[in-house]
Design a protein around this ligand. Structure first.
Ligand code: DP6
Length: 335
């Protein structure tokens, strides 16, 4: 027999934005709890959003997931169900959910990571289940499924420490609000095509087979500190240099895995060299690269359009997306 609450349909919709890490997370600690091996620092981005509706329905016999209008594959559905299980446990309910999620940005933009997806899901699911969680609790909930999504729960500039070995609660913190600094990110899209090796899989393979992974883990905390200090001091060159180093060190560790995890294409290298030329021309521009071939240029709002135009002239750059710091994940509707 179901309780009254479980037969009632409860529904909430939330939106969350993607984020770009300036200090990269790559690799998990070996202790379980989905803890990152290194601290990371990101900027949440405006202008792009994942919108997710969670409807708890006593008539369902399992959780269902629709992504951008299509029934999702079993892998993503199970990942979503894992987060929902934790919400149900907290709320003391057993009701399954119908989850519908859509991105208002193209999936091949290189920004369609799990970050905005699981941040929106954590906010919508906990709300639908009648829980009122703090931003830290929401961030921890999202982090247990996807580490980068812990950062997308918050707006502006956000850090996530790596936590202690047996720590089970780990949440991101806002380092500075979105209006702290006039940074912009220009995404140079270099491929519209097929998916890369997923980040969870790529980092796991790096951690277990790359001889450079221990060096990455040892070096990353000091790069993170440099980035955080440069952000707080609004020192653009110090931030850009360290952010570029963080990305290149992460990729160096992945490239040294066996077999290699190479996310770059020729266009990625052209774009990195193009960013260097922009700097030589006096423009504020540093590159960062995630688990894909696209190059994201860290620049200033005033120069973002010029940077985008120059990036589009680089062979292999198909188009650009200009974006700025954005706000936290939030509920946009309940029923
Ligand atoms: C390269 O957060 O997608 O974007 O924790 O396994 O879900 P899981 O991985 P994910 O990894 C993101 C990796 C990155 C760098 C970053 O965002 O810090």
């Amino acid at each position: 027999m179901k309780s009254g609450d479980e037969t009632r349909s409860m529904r909430a919709t939330a939106i969350a934005h993607p984020n770009i890490a300036l200090a990269k997370y790559w690799g998990k600690r070996a202790f379980g709890h989905n803890l990152p091996a290194v601290p990371s620092l990101s900027v949440t981005l405006r202008g792009m959003a994942t919108e997710t509706t969670v409807e708890l329905d006593g008539a369902l016999s399992e959780d269902s997931l629709e992504l951008n209008g299509e029934a999702a594959a079993e892998g993503p559905r199970r990942r979503v169900a894992g987060l929902l299980d934790r919400v149900r446990e907290k709320a003391g309910i057993k009701t399954f959910a119908r989850v519908t999620s859509k991105n208002d940005f193209p999936t091949a933009s290189g920004l369609a990571s799990s970050a905005s997806a699981f941040a929106a899901l954590a906010v919508a699911a906990s709300n639908a289940a009648g829980l009122s969680l703090s931003p830290s609790e929401l961030s921890n909930l999202a982090r247990q499924t996807s580490v980068s999504s812990a950062r997308s729960v918050l707006g502006g500039f956000v850090e996530l420490e790596r936590g202690e070995p047996d720590q089970s609660f780990l949440a991101a913190n806002q380092v500075a609000p979105l209006d702290h600094w006039d940074l912009a990110i220009v995404v140079a899209v270099t491929r519209e095509g097929p998916k890369d090796v997923g980040s969870s899989e790529g980092m796991q393979h790096t951690a277990t087979t790359s001889p450079y992974f221990p060096a990455w883990v040892e070096n990353a905390p000091s790069t993170f500190e440099t980035i955080k200090e440069a952000l707080l001091a609004r020192d653009f060159d110090a931030l850009g240099k360290a952010a570029e180093h963080s990305a290149l060190a992460m990729h160096a560790a992945a490239i040294a895995a066996r077999p290699a995890v190479v996310y770059w294409t020729g266009a990625t290298v052209e774009a990195i060299n193009g960013v260097k030329r922009l700097r030589a021309d006096g423009l504020p521009a540093y590159a960062t690269i995630d688990a894909g071939p696209h190059v994201k240029v860290i620049t200033r709002k005033a120069q973002a359009e010029t940077v985008a135009e120059k990036m589009r002239a680089i062979p292999g750059v198909l188009r650009t997306i200009v974006t700025e710091p954005g706000g936290a994940a939030r509920v946009v509707g309940t029923e």
